[in-house]
Design a protein around this ligand. Sequence first.
Ligand SMILES: Cc1cc2nc3c(=O)[nH]c(=O)nc-3n(C[C@H](O)[C@H](O)[C@H](O)COP(=O)(O)OP(=O)(O)OC[C@H]3O[C@@H](n4cnc5c(N)ncnc54)[C@H](O)[C@@H]3O)c2cc1C
Length: 351
Amino acid sequence: MQTIAIIGAGVTGLSCAVRLLRAGFKVSIFDRSGFPGQGASAAAAGMLTPLGESAELPLRFVEAGLKAIGIWKDLLADEMPCALKRRGSLLVASAFDRPLLTAFQRGIEPLSDRWVMLDRAGVRTLEPCLSPVYEDGLYFPEDAHLDAIEALKAMVRLTLQMGGQLICEETEVSDLWDRYDRVIDCRGWTQDHDPDLHAVKGEALSLLPPDGFQLTRPVRFFSGAELFYAVPHAGDGLIVGATMRREALPVEDMPRLDGLKSLLDAAQTLDRRLNRAYLKEVLCGVRPSYPTKLPRISTGQDGAYIAANGMYRHGFLLGPVVAQAVMDLVNSDDTPCLSMFSDRNNDRGAL
Ligand SMILES: Cc1cc2nc3c(=O)[nH]c(=O)nc-3n(C[C@H](O)[C@H](O)[C@H](O)COP(=O)(O)OP(=O)(O)OC[C@H]3O[C@@H](n4cnc5c(N)ncnc54)[C@H](O)[C@@H]3O)c2cc1C
């Protein structure tokens, strides 16, 4: 039986661990920060919204995201059946935002059978707490969301149940060759190990809204000219996110005040009642990104080294599909699924 070492217990590494253990491989997973790891995955809002993001994702990645929702559903069915909710997602706009909404709509025209245009009454039927200022909405019924931390913990438990080994240790690829047949590198953003990778810092606020304000699905909205989101979280909670800032070196893993200010402004734009929300936690992570903003799987050492990285804003959305491609690669040299994660096929400039 092949022995496999995985570096990184974020959503990418854990998805690979579960997939490979289910296929019968012997897996050890290393993380310097514990299990689950405390990288970008621990800051995620848990949106699985391929259709809501279809303006910026190539179509095959939208389809991959929909496939991933099915994989998450099966994976969490026994462990955490309530962690995933498939209630769709919404994009809402006030009269002031209408030009932005129209521009957004043009980007999703090719998928016009997968979303529904709503008027004010339609928006309020789906989300009665939203302010009547939202006159227009787009509803993406196939989208979903999950509790990111619960999903990561469920994968840690599954890894242990299937005999995977968790090793809390900082490690390097070169330390592992003599002990393992293969090394799968899922380190996310780490300075210096991949010159193409850059850091996109993200902050989000985990809030406890005042009584009477509750959402049931992810809602995107405009604040200034930018899109923000609010996602239901942990019972009555809400995550408002997210900032996006390309960081220069060195990358500090702390939130920045201007980021927090834009999130506070966004929360207030969504609804003034959120001024009275309690702040449970500031979430902050460094998204690993390639220039294409799409994940990349690469190999070295005659296939003994596999790197899966660049999940950018889509670690939860695409992690299970990346793990499937990694597993296919462990089983054979090339797969149709793998070609999707080669930059050759994704090099189409800004997306
Ligand atoms: C605010 C915010 C909100 C987000 N919301 C969403 C969302 O709603 N939906 C979505 O799909 N995505 C979301 N994302 C993006 C998502 O979080 C990332 O794409 C994803 O977490 C990347 O996962 P990863 O496993 O590749 O990297 P990470 O989660 O960063 O994991 C890498 C791990 O490797 C470990 N490590 C690094 N070097 C070493 C070493 N030498 N030895 C041992 N261990 C090492 C680190 O400790 C870390 O735990 C969000 C991101 C942010 C910041």
